[in-house]
Ligand binder design. Sequence first.
Ligand code: 2P0
Length: 344
Amino acid sequence: MHHISKPKKKKASAIANSNIALIKYWGKRDDELHLPYNNSISVTLSGLFTHTTVDFNKEYSQDVLILNGKRIKPDNDKYKYIAKFLNSLRKSFPQKLSGLKIKIVSKNNFPTGAGLASSASGFAALTAACNEALGLGLDKRQLSILARRGSGSAARSIFGGFVEWHKGSNQDGSDSYASQIADKNYWPEFKIIICTTNTKEKEIKSRAGMRTTIKTCPFYSGWLKTIKHDIEIARQAITEKDFSSLGQIAETNCLKLHALMITTYPPIIYWNESTISLIRSILNWRKEGLECYFTIDAGPQVKILCRNSDTATIIKKLKDMTFIKNIKLSQPGSGVKISNFHLF
Ligand code: 2P0
């Protein structure tokens, strides 16, 4: 008698945290492979995460994406980004994916597309879930290379703690991956307070914005000239747990990024009135001896870098600023993890 074994289920789930860049990524030398012009350094954020379940199956007639409870249609940009990622996955592992369609169910516990790096946690979780479901056996470096194909900043969310994404120089992107500088427990004093000022999805996506910057911003070459210095200072500050030095370089680098955005044509102005108010307050607090720094990504949200001993004081002040929609205390968080809890 023949024993007929059931085909193994190709289903898996993963959870990945978002990350905030301390030295920013802005601009691609290769749009297709998401190869950046410059290295970037980030901290993976505890408490802001994407949970994703994937199932590969011959029975599905097409790739299905359900994001935050809503079915995303193929003409939506989010679907297109994922389709592009799946294309590269199918090209890299043609046998493993032969004849299979995928169902993806994904949930963020924070606002999507609002400058809180949902594409970073989203593609990091998706990559790890696919690796597990298909038994690809990729290590973390390979995962970060694959996650990068979904979204550049996702390469960094594979790792926990403090992370550097190396731009690499190979044309095929094989040396453009992230690596960990220090793990999540390395610097317990380092905290991040995330102030959400607007939860709406932004109008200009990073992907389109950075393309326009390269084409039209007269200062982009100046940005690139100073990056090596910024990266070295930040890396050293992390190694030495030098809070002042890391805060200063992160804040300066953030302002340089927004100077690029503002001087792009058409201009990319992500800040709102609340963003500016927060910037001014932080600068004043510092003058008064409360040492904290801000950083802002492609959106209006302000992330405050501070010492653990100052978090209570800062949060108390923030609570008085009624225009802030949400205040969340975060710290260096873990890298992507496989979860036994499936969303469907
Ligand atoms: C960063 N940002 O380093 C910078 C700072 C926004 C400002 O990475 O086109 O969503 O998917 O590679 O990664 C946002 O860009 O762009 C981003 P794609 P991504 O975090």
